[in-house]
Design a protein around this ligand. Sequence first.
Ligand code: ATP
Length: 431
Amino acid sequence: MPNNKLEKIVSLCKRRGFIFPGSEIYGGIGGFYDFGPLGAELKFNIKQAWWRDVVQMRDDVVGLNAAIIMNPKAWEASGHVSGFADMLVECSKCHIRYKADDMPDKCPECGNKLDNAKARSFNIMFKTFVGPAEDTASVAYLRPETAGGIFVNFKNVIDTMRVKVPFGIAQIGKTFRNEINPKDFIFRTREFEQMELEYFVEPDDSGRAFDEWVGLREKWYEQLGLKNIRKHEQSKEERAHYSKATIDIEYEFPFGWKEIEGIANRGDFDLKSHSEYSGQDLSYTDKESGEKYLPHVIEPSAGVDRIMLAFLCDAYTEEEDRVVLKLHPRLAPYKAAVFPLLKNKPELVSKAHEVYSLLAKNYSLGPIAWDDRGNIGKRYYSQDEIGTMHCITIDYQTLEDGTVTVRDRDTMKQERVLAKELTNILKEKVG
Ligand code: ATP
């Protein structure tokens, strides 16, 4: 992969409204990004695909939407207050800080030699204060992962829903980490979104469930067309002390193979610890056998922003005379764009508006683009660059026989179809 591929993607994302530097008019803020109109759609489509496949299509998984700020005791129980830290090394000359496990020998800013022996621990949770008094009693944290909200609601869910082990609780939401070195565009940021599932199983069943979820998650990426992925099994030294096994799914970014999702067998660490700290009994009673136990947990944990970058890198294709984002139909921000052949011919424009409304009304197709600038060639170029699946042109023949041309993004082939059949044709193509 050429080294400048990432730069090209960053530039396309800015130019075409996918991703902007956070608070750009004030000079930006390190580690934060804003998602533009097309980025918001792409992110929404990734989350929707995950929610559909992991929650809605399964009868053993329910969803949850917990608060970002939780009682700080929850983060004591999870070990984040005492141990969610990275080792930090500060350049003694220019005082720039580096993450010790990802640090160059010399400071890239001033050339000074960096000394790993001087690394110190730095907790990466963001602190805030709840209420008007800024004292230690009012300290709270922005959640550093979404899983915590799931564990503290475990009892609420089993008391209110007819769930039976094995079952899962899933959540998508914002997560905050005060990363020492945010870098590689949206790969490592300080505010991002996670999609996490906690799947509760009988202790003896955890090995089987772990293997099953590793397989399912790998297949999910493959089904969405992501190439260049591999699994990496973490060694005992790499994984958390409570984890019995962890497998990362990695993607080959232009800057190397990196984790996009981790699947961990967490044993009963979380429920046990929250039971101890909260004083609440978080065990589960099997209604049939009467057996009472703490379920073990399998956790697939993925970052929406990182996955989005992987899909963008994978989809970015340079062809002879065009750049095309070959995003999977489920992910493409626009499934279709509608063009009147000429913008100064009212009869073509009004017919094109009719076709546009017909498609836009259809919920499952998502937003539809409208383009009447320049010539058709330029419009194709512009839609290819943002991954629009189909371009539909309304011309004089449309006024005569009701047909339109549909041009496919990947094959660039055009076919004439009846406008009134477009919705069904597109739904079939998009899947
Ligand atoms: P890393 O080692 O890269 O910091 P991690 O192992 O700490 O990641 P987890 O705590 O397992 O990450 O989080 C699960 C997922 O959340 C990761 O696979 C990744 O997709 C995403 N994620 C974690 N940290 C960040 C971040 N700073 N920016 C964007 N996404 C992140």
